[in-house]
Design a protein around this ligand. Sequence first.
Ligand code: APR
Ligand code: PHB
Length: 385
Amino acid sequence: MRTQVGIIGAGPAGLLLSHLLHQRGISSVVLEKRGRAHVESRVRAGVLEQGTVDTLVAAGVGERLLREGLPHQGIELRYGERGHRIAFEKLVPGRSITVYGQQEVVKDLIAARLEAGGDVRFEVEDVAPHSPEAGPYLTFGGERLDCDVIAGCDGFHGVSRASIPEGVLRLHEREYPFAWLGVLARVAPSSKELIYARNERGFALHSMRSPEISRFYLQVPPDADDGDWPDERIWAELKQRLETVPGFTLATGEIIERSVTPMRSFVAEPMQYGRLFLAGDAAHIVPPTGAKGLNLAVADVRVLTEALDLFFSTGSADLLDGYSRACLKRVWRAQHFSWWMTNLLHTFDSDDDYGRRLQLSYLDYVTSSEAAATTLAENYVGLPW
Ligand code: APR
Ligand code: PHB
């Protein structure tokens, strides 16, 4: 079996890459270890930068996104007894975000790939990349797939990065002393826009998926188990952390999904080893506070598509050789922004009064200075591609 690009992983990175390559006449095979239903129902973040929306629309997979996605012109920072709006329409005119669940993006991409006759294989066992320095190929379930290039789009726990010999990559990592409990609930959102709440009990985020479905996150201890969080406890905690502003009441409803996500910052560089290219979570992870994970994956894939197009149409590896450098510039900006948002809004060591005062001072600054608010806004909606 032979293809031009062997893609490991059918998350947003692998699927979008396969789709964009197909549009440029480049063949690919996507090998995914989980089943289609699992991949399509995995609940993840749901904030798309303007550039991500534009990319999906230009690629012809934005029809449902434009119909069902919720465009937002601002977010609220809530602390003390007040909410402060960061107004994108004023601070970064013409740029906004769209709330649309990541698994909806994945569904749209799978549908588009299959409709175009794309080769996307689910429940594939034992995928392994080989020989990226010489003639790359993949093995899986007793079969062999020869290819010119391997794209490692298999997330943080995948095989692609792990297959690169020790010493080649520089790994940068930071762990946080907390996790997020994510909750999906059948209840109309209590706010039109996202609320990022700093609270002495811990951070809380009110997000949404549709006029009927709300999405919430709670800062919880790093070893928390979702079994520790029965519905009543979740609602009680969300109310304590969010109902801090006069007149605001949190509507409650049926909880339909809950899971605990660790918080981590991680970068592997370079994002390349021979003809193996890493994209998305396989190469970098951000804590979800800035909602950058999916957007970074899309940015990587855009760069990789251009580089592969040049390579397959002219034989020039110039852009491929610059892939890692081009991506890492954006990756590191998002690393800093996500780390900064996380530090600004979470509760750290309760004895660290100095740290607490610094946090509150910066919150006061970012909610009163237009320059500081613009810094937040332009990073949040996404810096130009
Ligand atoms: N073989 C084949 N597939 C694999 C393997 C493997 N050994 N290991 C992992 N996979 C698959 C996973 O099952 C998953 O479907 O690779 C896919 C990786 O997808 P994601 O984790 O969604 O990563 P990515 O496509 O880079 O998207 C980044 O996803 O994790 C979120 O917050 C992150 O929003 C960001 C986005
Ligand atoms: C989400 O809606 O899932 C979401 C929103 C904002 C974030 C993270 C996740 O910062």
